[in-house]
Write a protein that binds this ligand. Structure first.
Ligand code: ZN
Length: 155
């Protein structure tokens, strides 16, 4: 599914209604910005962009606190590879057969959200268990090269 063609605002509203959240204007602004941007952003980048686009000043520290809150509500994910936050595609997370995962270009930092079947994750969990480890989280960040970076590096 094309992330950009879906209605980001609707997911946010819907997800918040389900979680019985009351979004303040500032929280809503931050959440929608992150959902629409489609790029992983740090609290500082979000603060900067919101100041530019909406002429609103929100401190990176309060954005950071909001992000932790949104992460608990599964509206955003922290990408540990790049240490930034990204909005979750709520349509993808509705799927009962697959989990959404992020693939990240380690060269340009672009990110895409894909679905991996729970069946695959279950197999992975079993393989890991057979090696004497326990999978802590089924959320994966997969380091990749996007096609554009791959092409420019092979010339
Ligand atoms: Zn790239």
């Amino acid at each position: 599914m094309d992330f950009e063609s879906t209605h980001c605002g609707d997911w946010a509203e819907e997800a918040c209604a389900k979680a019985q959240l009351n979004l303040t204007k500032k929280r809503r602004l931050v959440l929608l910005h992150l959902l629409k941007t489609r790029k992983p952003l740090s609290p500082y980048e979000i603060a900067e962009q919101i100041a530019q686009e909406h002429q609103k000043s929100i401190s990176p520290m309060s954005i950071y606190r909001m992000l932790i809150f949104f992460e608990q509500q599964k509206l955003v994910r922290k990408l540990r590879l790049v240490n930034k936050y990204i909005g979750c595609n709520q349509e993808l997370s509705k799927d009962v057969k697959a989990a959404s995962q992020f693939i990240i270009c380690s060269h340009c930092g672009s990110v895409s959200e894909i679905k991996i079947a729970f069946e695959t994750i279950k197999k992975l969990r079993l393989e890991i268990a057979a090696s004497g480890f326990q999978l802590k989280t089924p959320e994966m960040e997969i380091e990749c090269l996007c096609n554009a970076c791959h092409e420019s590096s092979s010339h």
